[in-house]
Design a protein around this ligand. Sequence first.
Ligand SMILES: O=C(O)C1=C[C@@H](OP(=O)(O)O)[C@@H](O)[C@H](O)C1
Ligand SMILES: C=C(OP(=O)(O)O)C(=O)O
Length: 436
Amino acid sequence: MTAGLVPGTGPGQVWDAPVASGPLDATVSVPGSKSLTNRFLVLAAIAAEPVTVRGGLRSRDSDLMIGALRGLGIEVDDSGDEWRVTPGPLRGGAHVDCGLAGTVMRFVPPLVLLADGPVSFDGDEGARVRPMGPLLDALRALGATVEDGGTGTLPFTVTPPAAMPAEVEVDSSSSSQFVTGLLLTAPRLRHGLTVRHTGETLPSLPHIDMTCETLREAGIRVDQPDERTWVVHPGEIRPGDVRVEPDLSNAGPFMAAALVAGGTVRIPGWPDVTTQPGAYYPELLTRMGATCTLDGDVMTVSGTGRIAGIDADLSPAGEITPTIAALCALADGPSRLTGIGHLRGHETDRLAAIATEVERLGGTCHADDDSLTFGGMPAEGLAGAVMETYHDHRMATFAAIVGLAVPAVKVLDVGTTSKTMPDFPQMWAGMLGADA
Ligand SMILES: O=C(O)C1=C[C@@H](OP(=O)(O)O)[C@@H](O)[C@H](O)C1
Ligand SMILES: C=C(OP(=O)(O)O)C(=O)O
């Protein structure tokens, strides 16, 4: 069943967030990681041999990536559970729809350096305000022609250069995805590429580590002479057959549910070692009152229904902020989340969205340049409302978490979760032991 067929989950509709009627006892298998799926797809497209991707995420963001690569002339067979990507020359003349996917708008334009002609890019209205300028400037510095009407945002057209330098600077303080995009294409450039970050801060470092690991596992040498420089050596990309880890960021709302409702939620397939930012959950949730144990590959999270406030720097793991924020909204005491200014350039301005939605329920939350501060208000003090999701999958799961404890929370456009987790409403109902 698709999300649109569950009552209240169609576009513009309102979904009644279920209230937990008692402690949970659930095992939830989450689909593959968005970040790993889209990295594997990009690398497979420019690999030296066909690549099989197992456990790839089926979602709007990965469908957009597959569409982009097909537009560039790459054959992707995603008809079964195992996808087969057959690399080939990258064709110019394509138009890429980025939707609202940061991974598509930041990972695909550097591929045009390898193409035989110009490629144009556009996306959702909300994508046209997401930061792109530093990456477009880096592509210009590499000799590409970029026409963006002087906006530094989508829509734009990239025309490949005839020759290019082997070093480039980029200010990646508004998104780590600028560095990642350049690194992914780098092994196929004649001399490889040295990428130097020039900004003062750099968010989401684990996601850059994920890029380097993915390249290394595909046989590419990546050196990091200092904290802001990456050297990718030229080479043949040979990922072999790859398996995508479960998306730990998307496991987050289910793990958080154990704290809100009490009881236990188990997440199978938890990797031993991972570069996903969801790896921060066990420590953060423990500080908020949960017990988290990894037994084999099963992460078990148990909670009591009482949540402790937290003071945490989330700059390495900005993506998990909305989930931690939902817990902060329900916590017994105040919380402060810092290092998250760049979230203003995510699917929506997440700092403003979180503060607005917490206040809509009667809680207190203040957003400043780089942080969120919560008054803390156990669920008894909050009142249900129709919550906005701003086309942001993580604002939809934020509202669902709060709705477990606050009666009469209604979620506008919960189907926005299709960006990375199309079956979210059914999975949420399944966790609660109910039908969607
Ligand atoms: O490289 C990636 O796959 C991602 C990097 C991060 O981007 P930012 O550095 O822009 O936050 C993260 O928030 C996003 O969801 C996925
Ligand atoms: C920021 C996110 O996505 P994107 O890849 O579109 O940047 C996210 O999924 O939280």
